[in-house]
Design a binder for this molecule. Structure first.
Ligand code: NAD
Length: 243
């Protein structure tokens, strides 16, 4: 068991998720953020003792054990390439990545341990299982997934809605999607199964984005110990889910 702190590179550090990751990592003595990467050259090079780099300076980042990426699809390829080149783990929560980027992720998993997930919350991992079970138990019922997020969210339907849709498909349902963008909603996913004269409704509401950041930090600690491969949130948060 390695007792030295896990050295992290945070990619997308100035964003909503990046800021939550930096704040929570600072409270955890088993983690050390050694680099924060933002899209444009930073005005301040060192903030709270953490060196900041522009995306264009990624190659010059110091040694790290795991990168955590919550950026945008255009930032995804360079951070995946850097982790593959250095042989270190990657935790990515960036949504809206293309099929080509998914394929590159799968290829990189032959060399490094990684996890890409549309949602790092425990509640959504459980919701996905419930959706699959409901879909299997309610054949022929309509299945609708309605997701709501803040007005700044770029992709729609959300990555989480698509993940829940895959669970519904596995269970035999044919999901339809609807998206709402309003105010500062952190994330709500509502899955409705409708039969004749009755409805089953399953819902998850995120009220604080720290849940995603905590899940990603926990996954990073776990990933440091793992062999190359593509892991699911459930594989890495298993002891939290079962606790
Ligand atoms: P945001 O817009 O607040 O932040 C985006 C960050 O990415 C910024 O720091 C920006 O500088 C950086 N960035 C943009 N382009 C870049 C590039 N080319 N190279 C490097 N960095 C770049 O967004 P956010 O709300 O923090 O969300 C970030 C991502 O995480 C989105 O894809 C969002 O959908 C996703 N997300 C995932 C989860 C999850 O649990 N998986 C939860 C919340 C958000």
């Amino acid at each position: 068991m390695n007792t030295t702190p896990t050295r992290l590179l945070i990619h997308g550090a100035s964003g909503r998720m990046g800021q939550a990751l930096l704040r929570l990592a600072a409270e955890d003595s088993s983690l050390q953020v050694v680099a924060a990467v933002v899209r444009k050259p930073p005005i301040q090079r060192v903030i709270d003792g953490i060196p900041h780099f522009a995306a264009s300076e990624l190659a010059g980042a110091p040694a790290f054990d795991v990168a955590i990426d919550f950026s945008l699809p255009e930032g995804f390829d360079p951070i995946l390439a850097l982790c593959a080149e250095r042989g270190v783990g990657l935790v990515s929560g960036t949504t809206g990545i293309s099929d080509q980027q998914q394929a590159a992720l799968t290829a990189a998993a032959a060399r490094i341990p990684l996890v890409w997930a549309t949602n790092f919350s425990l509640g959504v991992a459980v919701l996905a299982e419930l959706v699959e079970r409901a879909a299997a138990a309610l054949p022929g019922w309509d299945c609708d997934i309605v997701e709501s997020h803040h007005v700044h969210k770029k992709d729609a339907p959300s990555g989480t809605a698509l993940t829940l849709g895959e669970s519904a498909l596995h269970g035999g349902a044919e999901p339809r999607y609807a998206s709402l963008r309003a105010g500062d909603i952190i994330g709500e996913h509502f899955v409705q199964f409708t039969g004749l004269g009755e409805r089953v409704e399953l819902v998850h509401r995120a009220t604080n984005r720290d849940i995603f950041a905590r899940g990603a930090l926990h996954a990073a600690k776990q990933l440091r110990q793992r062999a190359p491969g593509q892991y699911r949130v459930r594989d890495l948060l298993g002891n939290v889910i079962e606790a």
